[in-house]
Design a protein. Structure first.
Length: 279
């Protein structure tokens, strides 16, 4: 049995314990596959990330991320949580303001903006073509959306595949009453703009019952994918904020910045607890 450093990181919280709690297991190199999968299932959080030594000389650390019981190729919040826990464990900050994570999709830079604020660069979208009209129509019906409330749709897949819908307003997003059982294997995200002067520019709700999560508190990878879809088409500004979690009693705020160095998604990333995990 090994004693491993363990932390719970509060990602994107606007108030303490209001964001998405991510379990981080550090120094996980010696764990067997069976033990890694067992811990991912046992730890009581939507996401669990294991931090290992990198195998690429260009990386500071390597991660394996799980949503519920399922391993995913990339997870934005797990990326930020792992970076926060790694920094706290190493007792240092990146000398040039940047860390590099290695995951199944390759290397991902993480910006260290201040003591509590981190951001990651959005991975590229996989080209899955356009969603067919029948699929969009069925999903809208399941979500309780009228056709004239949806302004666009796209497959948003940069590690985990979502059907993305652009709604006419944040009010439409918040008013949805989805029939979760009818979503089947579909994972769906719906984004809508707030009125000028609101605390956030957009409101997001996302649903992944096939991953054991009816509705997510926050999902940074999906926000990054929405930005990669909307900004080049002029449907969102180069920089904007996204609120998520209100429908499930939480409050997450994510910030998106798009420039010559890519699209970055970030926000507050704070360690809430830590200790030793006997594994």
């Amino acid at each position: 049995m090994s004693a491993l450093p363990h932390a719970v990181i509060d990602v994107f919280a606007t108030e303490p314990f209001e964001g998405s709690p991510i379990a981080v297991v550090l120094e996980a190199d010696g764990l067997s596959e069976e033990r890694i999968h067992g811990l991912a299932e046992w730890l009581p959080h939507e996401e669990t990330v294991f931090v290992l030594s990198p195998t690429d000389s260009g990386a500071d650390f390597r991660t394996r991320a799980f949503r519920s019981k399922t391993e995913v190729r990339f997870a934005g919040m797990s990326t930020l949580a792992a970076a926060r826990a790694w920094l706290d464990r190493e007792g240092s900050s990146a000398s040039d303001g940047t860390l590099v994570q290695q995951s199944e999709i390759g290397l991902t830079p993480v910006q260290v903006q201040d003591h509590q604020t981190l951001s990651f660069t959005a991975p590229p979208l996989f080209d899955r073509g356009e969603p067919d009209e029948l699929t969009v129509e069925i999903i809208c019906e399941v979500l309780g959306l009228e056709p004239d409330q949806v302004q666009g749709s796209a497959w948003l897949d940069s590690g985990t595949g979502f059907l993305g819908l652009l709604a006419d307003s944040a009010e439409t997003v918040l008013a949805m009453e989805p029939d979760i059982d009818q979503l089947g294997q579909h994972m769906v995200g719906v984004l809508g703009p707030h009125a000028d002067g609101s605390p956030a520019d957009f409101e997001l709700r996302s649903f992944a019952p096939s991953r054991g999560i009816d509705e997510q508190r926050a999902t940074a990878t999906l926000v990054a994918a929405f930005a990669s879809w909307l900004v080049p088409r002029g449907l969102a500004p180069a920089s904007f904020t996204v609120a998520q979690g209100r429908a499930v009693g939480h409050s997450a705020l994510m910030r998106v910045t798009t420039g010559d160095d890519g699209t970055w998604v970030g926000g507050a990333v704070v360690a809430r607890s830590g200790g030793t995990l006997l594994a």
